[in-house]
Write a protein that binds this ligand. Structure first.
Ligand code: XIL
Length: 320
């Protein structure tokens, strides 16, 4: 059985436009196994508005949404506001606070409106906190102030009131301080009426991280009452980044067990709170971890299912 058929929640991956266009085996696996997709890069600001204010490049994002619709998949939009992936015209933009707010409003409104009704959910703000739980120093913070977070959600909600809006971040599984800070920050915003509906846990992790920490991250995030998305999952084997690393059975077994624990923890959430799991890439050739062999994904270098793929299935089978 495929992941999407066995899973009680949507199961997806981040996809690259060039592989969607050129790699047959990749497309076969995506279409057979997944029912939710996130653009790995195609919907980031430097891709959508690379060269100048109010000059958009929609081709790749349009292709992505068309592909999802043709294959009956959900699209998770990633990401509207992020300190990385800023086009140079933003970095050099000269404006007052009011003009920066207008720039943010205009960008978010334009992008969300274009795909209104076709993109189910958005990572509205990505990585706004650092590991000690304080605001990250970004251009948005400098030019607008912390208010930028709340404004971003309000602008996105105005543009598409039906879209499910996420605050997305990493580190919940390795830092209890950051986990609590993210959840408290989001809860406080929600209490003040800011339209945030969910929290995304990137969960770009490795086998050295304990299963308990991964499960706690999911469970405690769910205690906010908001929707939970494991949004960028990978479980690297080669945590020491050794160039000579060779896959071995012990590490493979740990990887399987970690994937099973994460999939099982998501199964414990009420259906209304589970946005599902998205892996950051499909097979090991797609991993964003470059420079050392890591093998963090569910399919191998030839896009054949790995032990960890079976681990996810075991979590689903245990539900029956
Ligand atoms: C990464 C992509 O995978 C890379 O191809 C790109 O060069 C940089 O961004 N957290 C995120 C993702 O939210 O958008 C990042 O994706 C990985 C870390």
């Amino acid at each position: 059985m495929s992941l999407k058929d066995a899973s009680p929640y949507p199961f997806g991956a981040a996809l690259s436009i060039s592989k969607m266009k050129n790699t047959e085996i990749y497309n076969q696996v995506v279409k057979a196994e997944l029912n939710s997709i996130t653009a790995e890069n195609a919907m980031k600001m430097s891709n959508l508005a690379p060269s100048a204010i109010n000059k958009y490049s929609w081709t790749d994002a349009d292709f992505f949404v068309d592909y999802a619709e043709a294959n009956h998949m959900r699209v998770h939009g990633h990401c509207l506001v992020w300190h990385n992936s800023l086009p140079s015209w933003v970095n050099s933009y000269n404006g007052t606070k009011a003009e920066w707010i207008e720039l943010l409003r205009n960008y978010i409104t334009t992008v969300v409106t274009r795909y209104k009704g076709r993109i189910a959910s958005w990572d509205v703000v990505n990585e706004a906190l650092i590991d000690n739980g304080t605001p990250r120093q970004t251009i948005w913070l400098t030019k607008i102030g912390w208010e930028y977070v709340e404004l971003a959600f309000r602008f996105a909600h105005e543009a598409d009131p039906d879209a499910v809006l996420f605050y997305n971040d990493y580190g919940q599984e390795y830092s209890k301080v950051k986990l609590a800070a993210i959840n408290d920050t989001v809860k406080n915003l929600v209490k003040r009426g800011v339209p945030i509906h969910g929290i995304g846990l990137q969960m770009l992790t490795n086998i050295n991280q304990s299963a308990q920490n991964m499960v706690d991250a999911i469970t405690q995030t769910a205690e906010t009452g908001l929707v939970v998305h494991v949004s960028e999952l990978d479980v690297a084997l080669n945590r020491d980044k050794k160039p000579e690393y060779v896959i071995n059975p012990t590490d493979v077994a740990t990887q399987k067990s970690r994937y099973r624990s994460i999939a099982a923890a998501m199964c414990q959430l009420p259906e209304s709170q589970s946005w599902g799991i998205t892996t950051w890439g499909v097979g090991d050739p797609d991993s964003w971890l470059k420079g050392s062999p890591d093998f963090p994904l569910l399919f191998d270098m030839n896009y054949k299912p790995k032990s960890c793929y079976q681990g996810v299935h075991e979590a689903f089978a245990a539900l029956k």
